[in-house]
Design a protein around this ligand. Structure first.
Ligand code: HCA
Ligand code: CU
Length: 391
């Protein structure tokens, strides 16, 4: 599947609700759901309706809001939880159950065969009550699970054909892209079932892992806005969008309202009680800033020289920094032009020398740069006006 066709299953309203600082009100959840669908996300995952009475009401409200998106409830693989979720009117159920030895021992205590029996039982129950609901089964902590055990879960379930999709979760966020590639590839080939990948970011590989999953046949990727989730979260929505855009700009521009993304990220940050990290992919404050003279010169000539992503497509502008010791006369010239100062090359070079000298002594603001330029311009005018001395 081309990268830009992958289905984004955004879980800001489930994994994101598990972010330590998040405490979304019912209204905020609806606002986030609307903003995500306005942006172009067509699949939303919400917290288990069995988690609390308000979780149940919120799931029902989001499922009934008439959004242009499939709303899925994330539930434990348990008939009672599935029944509560179905009563909210969601169109999809995302079951999850731990499969790794460490999590099986620490959470449900069941053997692999028992996991399969329960997953099959719950699916049959759901299929009888709601034949058209989309059903996904995911194994929590799949990447710390021996491949043998993992296949002993998925292969019998695949034969039963009760699930529409299999999820695979890097729950502790320690998998690397090569391992994700191997496991996703194997699972897709052996089960012939669409695969969804959910990757945490503990070692910083969540975006690369999502890319590896897609390249190896995953059709669905879990994201959350700014990556919020347990610990330091999962694949950020904006990170996956950047990957898609870099691979297929036209397809990504056509599919998403890209200029809504920075606002969506800022709003979710605000609702989650945090700020957008300065170096966040695409939406961080410094994502389109240029500093060194070599960079700024080339960027002035052609921004693609140092930009993989065009900020204008995201409603953003680039920042070209002038007032520092690494500056170059091209950047200084652009600033002089912006101020309407027409300076000779020798004056621009003089202004650049002064900017560098001053910056070696103290931090410069743009006003400081402008003052230096004005002074050099004034000196040039005075020189031009001075009477020519005849020897
Ligand atoms: C969690 C569960 C989960 C589930 C992912 C999935 C994970 O630990 O809270 O449903 O695929 O990371 O394993 O988010
Ligand atoms: Cu998770």
């Amino acid at each position: 599947m081309p990268l830009s066709d992958v289905v984004i299953v955004d879980t800001t309203l489930r994994e994101g609700e598990q972010f330590i600082h998040a405490d979304f009100s019912s209204a905020s959840k609806l606002e986030i759901a609307r903003a995500l669908t306005d942006f172009g996300v067509r699949y939303l995952e919400v917290t288990s309706p069995a988690a609390s009475p308000r979780s149940r009401e919120d799931a029902a409200a989001i499922a009934g809001a008439g959004l242009d998106a499939t709303v899925a409830a994330h539930v434990r693989c348990h008939k009672d939880d599935a029944a509560i979720a179905l009563d909210t009117g969601v169109e999809a159920l995302h079951m999850v159950m731990a499969t790794s030895p460490i999590l099986r021992a620490a959470s449900h205590g069941k053997a692999i065969a028992e996991v399969v029996r329960i997953a099959a039982d719950v699916a049959e129950f759901v299929r009888k009550r709601a034949p058209h609901v989309a059903l996904r089964f995911s194994s929590e902590d799949a990447f710390r699970c021996p491949l043998n055990d993992l296949m002993n879960v998925y292969l019998p379930l695949a034969e039963l054909r009760l699930y529409d999709r299999f999820g695979i979760a890097d729950t502790t966020g320690a998998a690397t892209p090569d391992r994700v590639a191997e496991v996703v590839n194997l699972l897709r080939r052996l089960t012939d079932t669409p695969i969804e990948f959910h990757g945490h970011n503990d070692i910083g590989c969540s975006i690369a892992n999502a890319h590896a999953a897609i390249s190896n046949g995953a059709t669905h990727i879990n994201t959350s806005v700014l990556g919020i989730g347990e610990r330091n979260g999962i694949t950020p929505l904006e990170g996956l969008i950047a990957v898609m855009y870099a691979a297929d700009r036209a397809g990504t521009v056509a599919r998403f309202k890209l200029d809504a993304l920075p606002g969506l990220c800022r709003r979710v940050a605000e609702l989650a009680g945090v700020t957008v990290p300065f170096n966040q992919v695409l939406v961080g404050e410094t994502a389109f800033s240029h500093k060194a003279g070599i960079h700024t010169k080339a960027v002035h000539n052609d921004p693609r020289a140092y930009e993989a992503l065009d900020p204008a497509d995201f409603g953003l502008t680039r920042e070209i920094s002038v007032g520092h010791r690494l500056t170059g006369w091209n950047a200084v010239r652009v600033r002089a032009d912006a101020l309407g100062l027409r300076l000779a090359l020798s004056d621009l070079k003089e202004a650049t020398t002064r900017v560098k000298q001053t910056a070696d002594e103290r931090r410069l603001s743009l006003d400081d740069v402008d003052r230096i330029l004005a002074q050099v311009a004034a000196e040039a005018t005075a020189r031009a006006a001075a009477p020519v001395s005849v020897p």
